[in-house]
Design a protein around this ligand. Structure first.
Ligand code: PLP
Ligand code: TYF
Length: 394
């Protein structure tokens, strides 16, 4: 029967990972997949995660099923980290999911259950998996202008104009912080204007937040999500623990549904549990349990926060180093945006043939849309990349 299947498009980011692995050059530089790497190129298990795993191994006496929405303690701990006191806990439904991807998938399914004709507005560009899952679910996608190719910042006027065309029953997907793939983000006043438009149009926001703590700090990175959640009657929040806890393969995420009051809680919570049951019954627990242990233990949490700050500051240091190297080499400020961007990624804003030239001639691997993972750099490779960028004529 399966001869009827059609080949599906490959994940370009993961395909690039393989190309990099197959490249024999010792000087190659991997700026592809969004994984944090330290100065030696390793992605270590975070100290607090190791400590929590050790404690878990010693104390866990059963691996019996949790609940369809996962352990409520995980939802509580994540709610506090992400939303603080922005909205009451008892208006928010929450379910653990396999990673932030799982949270997005369940969110899209919930949207479709509630409104089969909903359109989802997505930034142009956005994380490719948003588009791929929406297409798979047959949900209409409406791109909104986001990246300004000229300034490499946000095309804010374009974004607002496009968001004004949304209507009640539509969903506007926003990256909570550290936009993937561009690195360009809204400032606080711009977030306020987006909230205004959401309130005017009645469209429902969905916030995907996969990099809390990678931009300006744990609290600062949650500020926009909190503001949106507090201002609108309903919103969806898809959170990932993959990056900020470094537990990529454990598949740890949470989907939250914030409602205006407590009356919708039972229905929303029941829907999240139902959706988990349809797809995989119980969500993965190991990563969620580690996160819960870390967030609920003062010493573990302090150590995790300290290490996360090291990670964040390393990336910021690499940003400023690259921007200043490029300023020296180019004699201009046209790469200043690299220091303004936040998170793991920056979109260089160049053509696919120049991205290919960087790869073929210099062994520098970035995604074809010129997205680079800043964490793939170190003190040695920053000047190498800067020279290569100038060499290929970017
Ligand atoms: N959303 C965005 C924008 C991402 O970049 C990612 C990837 O890290 C995710 C969601 C979800 O990642 P994961 O499923 O590994 O938690
Ligand atoms: O954008 C990235 O690189 C990360 C990791 O199918 C990732 O979000 C890449 C591809 C993918 C899932 C996650």
């Amino acid at each position: 029967m399966f001869e009827t299947l059609k080949a599906q498009p490959a994940d370009k980011i993961l395909a690039l990972m393989q190309l990099y692995r197959d490249d024999p050059r010792e000087t190659k530089v991997d700026l592809g997949v969004g994984v944090y790497k330290d100065a030696t190129g390793l992605t270590p298990v975070m100290r607090a995660v190791k400590a929590a795993e050790h404690k878990l191994w010693e104390t866990q006496d059963s691996k019996v099923y949790t609940g369809l929405a996962g352990d409520p303690a995980f939802a509580d701990a994540m709610f506090t980290m992400l939303l603080g006191d922005a909205v009451p806990r008892n208006t928010t439904a929450a379910a653990a999911t396999p990673g932030g991807t799982g949270a997005c998938r369940q969110a899209f399914e919930m949207i479709q259950m509630a409104r089969p004709d909903a359109r989802v507005f997505v930034s142009d560009p956005t994380w490719p998996n948003h588009l791929s899952i929406l297409k798979y679910l047959n949900i209409e996608v409406v791109p909104y202008r986001y990246f300004d190719e000229e300034t490499r910042g946000v095309d804010f006027d374009g974004m607002i104009a496009d968001l004004k065309t949304a209507k009640k029953g539509d969903v506007v997907l926003l990256h909570g912080c550290c936009h993937n793939p561009t690195g360009a983000n809204l400032n606080a006043a711009e977030w306020d204007a987006v909230i205004e438009v959401l309130l005017q149009t009645g469209a429902t926001p969905m916030i995907d937040i996969a990099y809390q703590g990678f931009g300006d700090g744990l609290e600062a990175d949650a500020a926009a999500t909190r503001k949106v959640a507090a201002a609108v009657p309903e919103c969806l929040i898809a959170a990932s623990c993959s990056k900020n806890f470094g537990i990529y393969r454990e598949r740890t995420g949470l989907l939250m549904v914030v409602a205006a009051d407590t009356s919708a809680l039972t229905l929303n919570q029941g829907t999240l549990a139902f959706l988990n049951r349809q797809n995989y019954s119980f969500p993965p627990d190991h990563g969620a349990r580690l996160v819960t242990m870390i967030l609920n233990d003062d010493a573990l949490r302090a150590d995790w926060m300290a290490e996360l700050e090291e990670v964040r500051n390393t990336m910021l240091g690499l940003r400023t180093a690259l921007a200043s190297e490029l300023q020296k080499l180019s004699g201009s400020d046209r790469f200043g945006f690299l220091a303004q961007h936040r998170g793991m990624f920056s979109r260089l804003g160049t053509t696919p043939d120049k991205v290919e030239a960087l790869r073929d001639k210099h062994g520098i691997y970035m995604v074809g849309d010129s997205r680079m993972n800043i964490a793939g750099l170190n003190a040695e490779s920053v000047p190498i990349l800067a020279r290569a960028i100038i060499d290929v004529g970017i």
